[in-house]
Design a protein around this ligand. Structure first.
Ligand SMILES: [Zn+2]
Length: 292
């Protein structure tokens, strides 16, 4: 089964490499057309890698992030486009400071929806991935990414919505990407205990807030993609300003991850085709639909 189109909508450069990256690499390798659409330029991302916090990087951060993104897309084997909005930054402090003027989260939703619909009508994705209503984590651009994706799902298909912006296109399925699965870390911890070795992410797991429970209860779809974890990690490392190569993301060796948890998790949020849950494929139900 090949020849479908998948669009992964992300808020910032590097999000495509930390959320659902191995899935996009797998589908691209299997002959599907995969496009990462990055809504903002990531201009306000902090430099999180001490080795990259140097003159010549900090003063040309926009260009650096474009170069990093191009390299990550090359590694994943996907196409990539920018929607051209400006990073809102992650407001910090109490009370929170106002969002910077002109940033993506302050652009009227109608405006960003129209921009997204244009690209959707051009690329005509069968499946779109985005974030859940909480943004996966509460960055204003991530929450906006959810809002604009859901609005565009309806608008792109509406023949009366800006007909001059392209033929209407019905996206068949929309998924939320769920990267933070508590169960996954718990299983890693058990594996370390079995081996009699200290678990490198024990503190992380301990600090994990449990009020919202484990997102695993919302997962409908697990895509096997362990063979593509090396590509995922390389793509993430290509975002050198954003990723500390000594950080927790790389703490658990790939062979353990591939053995214990070789999948990425998604939640089916919208569908125009019939499918049965649980699924193992984002394109499930599309082949049958095409035959109708
Ligand atoms: Zn982000």
């Amino acid at each position: 089964m090949s020849g479908f189109r998948l669009m992964a909508v992300h808020a910032h450069p590097d999000d495509e490499s930390s959320k659902g990256a191995a899935t996009t690499a797998r589908y691209a390798a299997e002959g599907h057309e995969v496009m990462v659409l990055t809504l903002t330029g990531g201009e306000r991302g902090d430099i999180l890698n001490p080795a990259m916090d140097v003159p010549g990087v900090r003063d040309r951060i926009s260009e650096v992030r474009q170069e990093e993104m191009a390299e990550a897309a090359r590694i994943l084997g996907v196409k990539q486009r920018w929607l051209g909005f400006v990073d809102s930054g992650l407001p910090e402090g109490d009370p929170l400071p106002p969002l910077p003027e002109g940033c993506f989260a302050l652009v009227p939703l109608e405006e960003s929806t129209r921009a997204l619909v244009k690209v959707i009508r051009e690329f005509r994705p069968h499946v779109v991935t985005t974030y859940d209503e909480n943004g996966g984590y509460p960055h204003p651009d991530h929450i906006r990414c959810h809002e604009v994706s859901m609005a565009a799902y309806e608008a792109a298909a509406d023949p009366e919505y800006f007909p001059e912006d392209g033929q209407p296109w019905e996206i068949k399925k929309v998924y939320y990407s769920h990267g933070f699965i508590r169960k996954r870390l718990e299983l890693f911890q058990e594996e370390y205990e079995r081996r009699g070795e200290p678990f490198p992410m024990a503190d992380w797991l301990k600090k994990w807030k449990t009020e919202r429970g484990d997102m695993m209860v919302r997962v409908t779809t697990q895509v096997t993609c362990g063979d593509y974890f090396p590509q995922r990690d390389d793509a993430l490392r290509a975002h050198a300003t954003q990723i500390d190569p000594n950080g927790s993301f790389f703490a658990v060796p790939l062979d353990i991850q591939q053995k214990i948890w070789p999948t990425e998790e998604f939640e089916l949020a919208k569908t125009r085709v019939t499918t049965s849950i649980p699924e193992t494929d984002l394109f499930a139900g599309l082949e049958e639909d095409a035959q109708k």
